[in-house]
Write a protein that binds this ligand. Structure first.
Ligand SMILES: [Ca+2]
Length: 341
């Protein structure tokens, strides 16, 4: 989910800088650890000043240590390579996952119908997001969120971002939605069935089953409702689709500013854009822009307003196209004619 929830962080030379600083100052591991303890004590004071209860702050942050592996992962995030689009799609939209998504649609039919009624999001999009984020709750992450966020907040790369996330995580614990010890997630702090970052949790998580807890770890109802709430409040337009794969005339084959401009469907038709099977685009009062994951020749998509809610969730063209395509597969309206899918 968007930057506040998912953090995409490029590598830089901070590790080298830290090594040099350590050599210059003669600092070693002991001093670095001492630095963390002092930092943590100051952070605890701030958290208490900000209204998180002292017992929560003391208990939740007692004995936590920085996690070297979290820093390693933060330093080595691979950049998305355009040529990997098909590999990405094939890895995420496997026949097994699509079949399981179909079963989930049936199993959770009643809940999903309620959510569609309440938030205007068709079931298939919620199931697609759930399947892509955690394989329907199978992989929600094993990193202790508070210690991971403390590691990144103490680090020098994006301390403000992760400090906010750590404060939000403490608030989640303080409000009783999760315990400090059971609060697990990705190395960067995304957690639960739909991998919300703590600030996203505070803003968008809902207690759909009405037990008083926003339980995005144990409750399918809370998790899927929270995803629906996120999409709706990010601008989802009920009754509209997300986009479709299209064919571009040769004259429009390369990514240009003209293609990225939002235009009515009729205007794209006039420019020679067709459905991917060559048939005419439908007559609908939608506006869209052309998205080309490979930034040039290769699959092209006409993306409508709802596509932007997927980008709000996670600012990645690959991700957004995979959500829409997965949802199409679940709705038996498979439209992707690329990557052997
Ligand atoms: Ca609940």
């Amino acid at each position: 989910m968007r930057t506040s929830r998912r953090t995409t962080i490029g590598s830089n030379s901070i590790a080298a800088t830290l090594c040099i600083a350590a050599l210059v100052s003669g600092a070693g591991v002991a001093e670095a650890t001492g630095g963390f303890s002092q930092w943590l004590a100051e952070f605890q004071s701030e958290a208490i000043q900000r209204g998180i209860s002292e017992p929560t702050v003391r208990a939740a942050l007692a004995n936590i240590e920085p996690i070297p592996r979290v820093l390693e992962l933060d330093r080595t995030q691979p950049g998305a390579k355009p040529s990997d689009f098909c590999k990405y799609m094939q890895g995420r939209l496997t026949p097994t996952r699509i079949a399981r998504g179909q079963r989930v649609l049936a199993e959770e039919r009643e809940l999903l119908m309620q959510l569609t009624h309440e938030y205007g999001i068709p079931a298939r999009y919620l199931v697609a997001l759930w399947g892509l984020e955690t394989n329907f709750g199978d992989y929600t992450g094993d990193y202790p969120v508070l210690a991971s966020l403390a590691t990144l907040a103490h680090d020098t790369r994006r301390p403000d971002l992760f400090r906010r996330q750590l404060l939000a995580a403490l608030r989640i614990v303080d409000e009783g939605h999760q315990t400090a010890t059971r609060y697990k997630g990705s190395w960067a702090g995304a957690s639960g069935h739909v991998q919300f970052m703590p600030t996203t949790f505070l803003e968008y998580a809902v207690d759909h089953d009405g037990d008083g807890r926003k339980d995005l770890w144990g409750s399918r109802a809370d998790s899927l409702a929270s995803a629906a709430n996120y999409l709706r409040r990010s601008g989802w337009r009920p009754g509209e689709t997300w986009g479709r794969q299209v064919s571009l005339p040769a004259t429009l084959g390369r990514e240009t500013a003209a293609l990225r401009k939002r235009r009515p469907l009729a205007a794209w038709k006039d420019m020679g854009v067709t459905r991917s099977n060559g048939r005419a685009l439908p007559d609908a009062s939608l506006r869209g822009r052309i998205v080309q994951p490979l930034r040039g020749p290769g699959p092209a998509f006409l993306a409508y307003a709802n596509y932007d809610t997927f980008l709000a969730w996670n600012h990645s063209t690959y991700f957004a196209v995979s959500v829409g395509t997965f949802a199409d597969e679940l709705g038996n309206r498979s439209s992707l004619r690329a990557c052997g899918l």
